[in-house]
Design a protein around this ligand. Structure first.
Ligand code: PRP
Ligand code: URA
Length: 208
């Protein structure tokens, strides 16, 4: 399954500000939120719609609606939380679960510290959220957990993906479609995306 890369001058412009090391915490958060809305727009292009009869001021029509309740967002803590604010505005009644993972700095493998997902998670369309897909370890560990809980409909939404991360995630979970705002060049020897934007969690929360 081919990954979706948002290819649009507005996104390129916003990414240029996001990547800039001098961008403020406030603007960084706002841009992650905004770009997440565009990712969600792409990821819901094939959304299931249901028939509904409504009355306009002039006439009665058969129209279509989505059911917010179908959706669950699973941000990968910490940085994934920054994507929730934007997309919850466009699917306001979606349920939200959390998985806490951090990368061991030496091995680059994810260490889990929290997992709580909404009721009936196996029946929902799940969007896993994380700004960075680097080695792919965190995304794969999250999707492994969700599949163990019976989830079958999963999409992965990120701001920046590395080619290595995309390849590894696709190999582990070929059924999971990946949506990113940019596909960058490569990983450096410390597992950071180049050119990337640095450590997303630290930039969102101002911790370094
Ligand atoms: C970052 C990022 C991803 C992970 C990506 O989180 O937000 O979760 O690294 O790397 P991977 O694809 O190689 O697994 P980090 O582990 O720094 O935790 P944080 O969000 O708490 O800062
Ligand atoms: N995690 C980040 O936050 N940034 C990277 O470039 C890689 C992993």
């Amino acid at each position: 399954m081919k990954e979706v890369v948002l290819n649009h001058p507005l996104i390129t412009h916003k990414l240029s500000i996001l990547r800039n090391k001098n961008t403020s915490t406030k603007e960084f958060r706002e841009l992650i939120s905004e770009i997440s809305v565009y990712l969600c727009y792409e990821a819901t292009k094939d959304a299931t719609v249901y028939d509904k009869v409504i009355e306009t001021p002039l006439t009665k029509i058969n129209t279509k609606v989505i059911n917010d309740d179908d959706y669950a967002f699973i941000p990968i803590l910490r940085a994934g939380m920054s994507m929730v604010e934007g997309i919850i505005k466009v699917i306001p009644n979606a349920k939200i679960g959390h998985i806490g993972l951090y990368r061991n700095e030496n091995t680059l493998t994810p260490v889990e510290y929290y997992y709580k997902v909404p009721l009936n998670i196996s029946k929902r369309k799940v969007f896993v959220l994380d700004p960075m897909l680097a080695t792919g370890g965190s995304a794969i560990a999250t999707i492994d957990k969700l599949k163990k809980d019976g989830v079958t409909d999963i999409k992965f939404l990120c701001i920046i993906a590395s080619p290595e991360g995309i390849k590894t995630l696709k190999k582990a979970h070929p059924d999971v479609k990946i949506y990113c705002a940019a596909k960058d060049k490569c990983l450096n020897k410390n597992g950071y995306i180049l050119p990337g934007l640095g450590d997303a969690g630290d930039r969102v929360y101002g911790t370094k």
